[in-house]
Design a protein around this ligand. Structure first.
Ligand code: UT7
Length: 320
């Protein structure tokens, strides 16, 4: 017994900010951003929250799966930008959609968050604990960007993607995931520091910092490696895979992965050009895009693969 994706949904904020828009407020250019990353615009929130975007994406996925919210017994959100420390985004979504019978919690695996959430849902189902999960990646990254740091703020965007996952005979074929905490500070956003009346408090607000070149080297090595591993584990060849749905961080990383796997770039759909890097939301947003374009049919094999802060990585082979 495994688990299968039965419906997908996504939500992107209305506000589209192009590279040229950014060039008006900081020392950057469309040429620099698009040639190094492939990103041309990103969507940024105005008054939307992480939970709102997650809930809107979920409603679409629930409708497509043809289920009622009450049937959902598990909600997992991959996010590093929840609206509250507590309640979790998953609990906020539960209330917003009326999934009264669900257990709900968030996972923090940065850009690998959706993969970790999906794998967790799968493990619960394989153990016979739950049958119908709502798995979400949702981020409001704009609020943890230093808008004076052009090396990071131009890369990221806001949005959410969701999938309904049900216990089934077919679906998830194999998975790998891992982490390398020793390299964690190459992509980090520090939390509030220690603060209480008996010490000098640290009330500084911290923003995202990244050693881009180290993360780049990590990605172009680890992503093809974990994809080869997950294909071998699932006894599936790269040729059999219809699409590789990768975390959308950088077009050059995706091209490098395609080359290492000796697979045509046509098998790597893209959303980073219009959405930027949406961390945990990147993979479900892209999956929903491919699904809504009618490019998937029952039995198609897909690889989903994410990597990012932690440092973390995760990949899965699924049958649609
Ligand atoms: O999901 C998270 C995963 N993150 C990633 O996958 C990121 C992986 N890394 C990368 O994609 C690339 O390292 C970046 C796109 C982030 C940066 O590209 P790079 O070729 O590594 O650039 P760099 O950091 O070495 O910077 C080159 C130059 C520097 O100027 P100098 O020192 O050579 O004069 C930067 O100050 O580019 C400058 N620069 C910019 N110039 C214009 C940095 N950011 C910008 C900018 N616009 N936005």
């Amino acid at each position: 017994m495994t688990s299968r994706i039965m419906g997908t949904g996504s939500y992107l904020p209305e506000l589209a900010v192009t590279n040229d828009d950014l060039a008006k407020i900081m020392d950057t250019s469309d040429e620099w951003i698009s040639s190094r990353t492939g990103i041309r615009q990103r969507r940024l929130v105005k008054d939307e929250t992480t939970a709102f975007m997650a809930s809107e994406a979920s409603k679409i996925a629930i409708k497509e799966a043809g289920i009622r919210a009450e049937e959902i017994d598990l909600i997992i959100v991959g996010t590093i930008t929840g609206d509250y420390v507590t309640p979790s985004t998953a609990c906020e979504v539960q209330a917003a959609i009326g999934a009264i019978n669900a257990a709900a919690f968030d996972v923090n695996a940065a850009c690998t968050g959706f993969m970790t959430a999906l794998h967790t849902a799968y493990a619960y189902m394989a153990a016979g604990i739950y049958t119908t999960a709502l798995v979400i990646g949702a981020e409001t990254l704009s609020k943890i960007m230093d808008w004076d740091d052009r090396s990071t703020c131009v890369l990221f965007g806001d949005g959410a993607g969701a999938a309904i996952v049900k216990k089934d005979e077919t679906g998830l074929i194999s998975l790998v995931q891992g982490s390398d905490g020793e390299k964690g500070l190459n992509l980090c956003c520090k939390n509030r520091g220690n603060h209480h009346p008996f010490i000098e408090g640290d009330l500084h607000t911290y923003y995202t910092e990244m050693n881009g070149q180290e993360v780049y080297k990590f990605a172009v090595t680890k992503v093809p490696q974990c994809i080869m591993e997950v294909l071998e584990q699932g006894n599936v060849t790269a040729e059999e895979v219809k699409y590789f749905i990768l975390h959308q961080a950088n077009m050059r990383i995706i091209q490098s992965v395609a080359k290492r796997l000796k697979v045509s770039e046509d098998k790597f759909p893209i959303s980073l050009d219009t959405c930027g890097n949406v961390s945990a939301a990147s993979i479900p947003i892209l999956l929903d895009k491919v699904n809504k374009e009618g490019l998937l049919k029952r039995g198609d094999k897909l690889v989903l693969a994410g990597f990012g802060g932690g440092l973390t990585w995760g990949a899965t082979v699924i049958e649609w």
